[in-house]
Design a protein around this ligand. Structure first.
Ligand code: HEM
Ligand code: HEM
Length: 190
């Protein structure tokens, strides 16, 4: 790993963007899977108390990581789109923007659910943040519904985004996926 391939270039993502991308993917898959599983548990299940704590903790970490990522993106070069069509490039960029928005809105709506009755946001028994928004008496209910449907929308967009990446790789045989796995450079012929 040389210093230069830590950063993005016009032809490739660098290690920092690559690491944040795949770490976010692992965290999101973990949070989503736990989310679906934990809402089916009953009081008598052993994981009933602990899974929501992990869901909230990793969810908040992903929210914070995404804010850091947005700063990183703002100060980085965005590699040029691989492909022919201008419309595809616009759609890909729009999907990326929406993915960030989904994560921020999910983190916020999660916070709105757990602080609905004025209680603090607690992680593993420790208070982290007070309730800043007491919006209505049925806040937990509507925020819970919104959180669920936004999470489903997020998952659908991730599937679409991953399908597009795999399509580029297997049908166009271009660098789209490769440069999100390893920094590519002109010198190594990629
Ligand atoms: C950032 C990524 C997040 C994703 C992808 C996500 C996803 C999900 C999913 C799929 C469910 C199950 C919904 C259902 O089928 O009913 C869920 C439930 C829940 N999530 Fe999240 N979540 C995220 C972040 C958070 C955060 C940061 C918090 C709290 C601080 C949180 C709190 C909750 C709570 C309390 C529920 C149970 C909702 C209810 O039953 O009303 N989530 N989440
Ligand atoms: C939670 C899941 C995911 C999220 C939130 C996500 C988000 C993003 C975002 C925001 C970008 C823009 C570049 C950046 O800022 O890093 C991006 C690029 C990319 N993602 Fe993902 N991604 C996810 C999963 C995946 C998966 C599963 C694949 C592949 C199978 C994939 C392949 C790619 C590729 C190839 C690029 C580069 C696209 C280009 O060069 O225009 N992503 N992703």
């Amino acid at each position: 790993m040389t210093e230069s391939n830590l950063f993005n270039s016009i032809q490739s993502y660098g290690w920092v963007s690559i690491a944040i991308h795949w770490l976010s993917f692992l965290m999101a898959a973990f949070i989503f899977g736990i989310g679906l599983y934990m809402v089916e548990l009953t009081y008598y299940d052993t994981l009933y108390n602990v899974l929501p704590e992990w869901h909230k903790a990793v969810g908040l970490m992903l929210g914070v990581l995404t804010l850091i990522r947005l700063l990183w993106v703002a100060f980085s070069v965005t590699p040029a789109f691989e492909g022919e069509s201008g419309l595809q490039a616009v759609l890909a960029r729009l999907a990326h923007l929406l993915l960030y928005c989904f994560i921020i809105v999910l983190t916020f709506s999660g916070y709105i659910i757990v602080t609905a009755d004025g209680s603090d946001l607690q992680l593993f028994g420790q208070a982290w943040l007070g309730a800043l928004f007491e919006l209505s008496s049925d806040q937990a209910e509507w925020a819970g519904r919104a959180h669920r449907w936004i999470a489903y929308g997020f998952a659908a967009l991730v599937v679409l985004h991953a399908t597009a990446a795999l399509y580029h790789h297997f049908f166009h045989h271009d660098n789209t996926l490769k440069r999100m796995l390893f920094p590519q450079s002109i010198e190594n012929g990629d």
